[in-house]
Ligand binder design. Structure first.
Ligand code: C2O
Ligand code: CU
Ligand code: CU
Length: 558
């Protein structure tokens, strides 16, 4: 249906309807990467790659807790991989450069869906060929559903009030073929059709699942007339509560779910725009460094604002969602207590270079495992960027929590599960907290890399293995520790759901992962007290060591 619609467009760009990818549901999915041609420009055939069609691919609907099998039949005429970007799964199922599918061959990973309801995606990940295959059109959505999300009054009728939209910068040659480079991107496609096309949506609360599926450039989304919207989800799940926004930046690989209230707007049109002029310097799509000879880094649409798509508001559906929930889910970020630090530095050679990037001084080497992470152990990764441009850092196999950006707590819309985070240029730094609780594998690594695909293909990537947990660790008992009053004043009282009378050690950690206080406290029938007078306002993680067990919890100081 999607591809029929593509062939039917022969009239002017402004008339084009944005197609909605078809869905695949169930426990077994068949995906066939293949070549084809697509009429992106009226009357011209462009060579493209798609899954089960000429360009892009079907949306896979997965349900948390189900075991799914994904049968990939490679009809591309070239080696490929299919990476399930954002999913928490074993490295052997990940579709990384270590899981190649030769031309004509099949690959059938099978795994339990463990992720939180959110928007994920799939794309090729063959080392050195990722850019080539993705820019030609190989990419599709994955929507994970779960009970927690299902219990909320949110729009979720696919293609009606809940629409996935992939935005992709691309470089077209004069004869409208896709060029396998990404530094001078000259066009933007939305679900595979030219920018400026139209989507119809009913006059009620609607949900847009936005994916920056570009190889290089960032988006700074916003609506004409400064219309506000609410972000409800990030890469790997819903936020605690909707966040009111007027602009939303998405780097390559990042997703966001937003709600728009179109109630009473039947007959009106809304324009979603790119505000490239508002991207900070060094963010691709905005103004890059212009060091004399560097002007060839610029694409013709960089640093400009333009329309991405029009939303044309039609009549309400039968059972519309007409209000936006005040709260969504209760996210509990990973505790930073006892975390092991790790540093990853992004550098360029020479320092001003916009093309030759390294992670900790190295380029990716298929044969070299960069480090190992012990299963079950929390790590805090400090990502620093000593280059002139922003790099979207992506981690495989698991989502992470952003602890700080430039030393400050992350904005509200970044306080959910993430798998891509932008590290700002010119000594920008980001801290993330990471933990792999399962899938240790001594042989098969997980990847981490910059999601700018030319950087990744050129080796701005590394890999690590998750090792089996060391035995004899202290039992950690989360969720058994209560605090009152919370928010706390000069003291906070705690209560453990166990009748213990003994001395405990209490360790208090701030949002940056620093231990700010360590005190011994007598515990009487499971109750005790921590002095908090000296602590600045903020939220704190507490670890209480008592009788060989560790109890963890969080309180807020007023
Ligand atoms: Cu979206 Cu390693 O990739
Ligand atoms: Cu990925
Ligand atoms: Cu990069």
């Amino acid at each position: 249906m999607f591809f029929l619609a593509v062939l039917a467009w022969t009239n002017a760009v402004a008339q084009t309807t944005i197609p909605i990818p078809p869905t695949l549901e169930g426990m077994t999915f068949n995906l066939t990467p293949q070549q084809g041609t697509s009429e992106i420009f009226s009357g011209i055939q462009t060579n493209t790659i798609g899954y089960n069609g000429a360009m892009l691919g079907p949306t896979l609907i997965l349900n948390k807790g189900e075991t799914v099998t994904l049968n990939v039949h490679n009809q591309l005429g070239d080696t490929t991989t299919v990476h399930w970007h954002g999913l928490h799964l074993a490295p052997s199922n990940d579709g990384s450069p270590h899981n190649p599918i030769l031309a004509g061959a099949d690959w059938s990973p099978s795994f339990e869906v463990l992720d939180h309801a959110s928007t994920y995606w799939y794309h090729p990940h063959l080392h050195g060929k990722t850019l080539n295959q993705v820019v030609k059109g190989a990419a599709g959505f994955i929507i994970v559903r779960d009970d927690e999300e299902a219990a909320l009054n949110l729009p979720r009728t696919y293609g009606v009030d809940d629409v996935p939209l992939v935005f992709q910068w691309k470089t077209f040659s004069a004869d409208k073929q896709i060029v396998e480079m990404d530094e001078v991107d000259n066009e933007v496609l939305v679900n595979g059709v030219l920018r400026g096309s139209t989507l119809t949506m009913p006059a009620q609360v609607v949900r847009l699942r936005l994916l920056n599926g570009s190889s290089h450039r960032f988006f700074d989304f916003g609506f004409a007339n400064n219309l506000n919207f609410k972000q409800i989800g990030g890469d790997g799940g819903l936020l605690d509560a909707p966040v009111a926004m007027s602009k939303l930046m998405l780097a390559p690989g990042e997703r966001a779910e937003i709600l728009l209230d179109l109630t009473g707007k039947e007959g009106q049109t809304l324009i979603l725009k790119q505000f490239g002029s508002q991207l900070p310097q060094g963010y691709p799509g905005g103004m890059m460094m212009n060091m004399g000879g560097g002007s060839n880094m610029m694409g013709p649409l960089d640093d400009t604002d333009f329309d991405l798509m029009t939303i044309s508001v039609i009549a309400q559906t039968a059972n519309p969602v007409t209000s936006i929930p005040a709260v969504l889910v209760a996210n509990t970020p990973l505790s930073q207590i006892g975390a092991t630090p790790r540093s990853l530095a992004m550098t360029a050679q020479p320092m001003m270079s916009m093309t030759n990037f390294f992670l900790n001084g190295l380029k990716f080497d298929m044969e070299n495992i960069n480090f190992s992470v012990e299963q079950g152990k929390t790590e805090i990764w400090t990502l620093t960027n000593q280059t002139m441009m922003a790099h979207p850092f992506h981690l495989h196999g698991n989502s992470f929590w952003v602890v700080s950006v430039g030393g400050n707590p992350p904005p509200a819309n970044m306080r959910g599960r993430k798998d891509v985070v932008v590290v700002p240029p010119m000594n920008g730094s980001v801290k993330i907290v990471v933990r792999y609780d399962d899938f240790s594998d001594p042989d098969m690594p997980y990847m981490y890399h910059c999601h700018i695909l030319s950087h990744e293909d050129d080796g701005m990537m590394g890999q690590f293995i998750v090792t089996a947990p060391a035995t004899g660790t202290v039992e950690s008992v989360p969720g058994r520790l209560m605090f009152y009053p919370n928010p706390a004043g000069r003291n906070v009282f705690f209560e453990i759901n166990e009748d213990i009378t003994k001395g405990a050690v209490c360790q208090v950690t701030d949002v940056l992962g620093q231990v700010v206080s360590e005190q011994s406290a007598p515990v009487l029938n499971g109750k005790g007290r921590i002095e908090t007078e000296a602590l600045p306002a903020g939220s704190y993680a507490v670890r209480i060591l008592l009788e060989g067990k560790t109890y963890t919890g969080i309180f807020v100081k007023q």
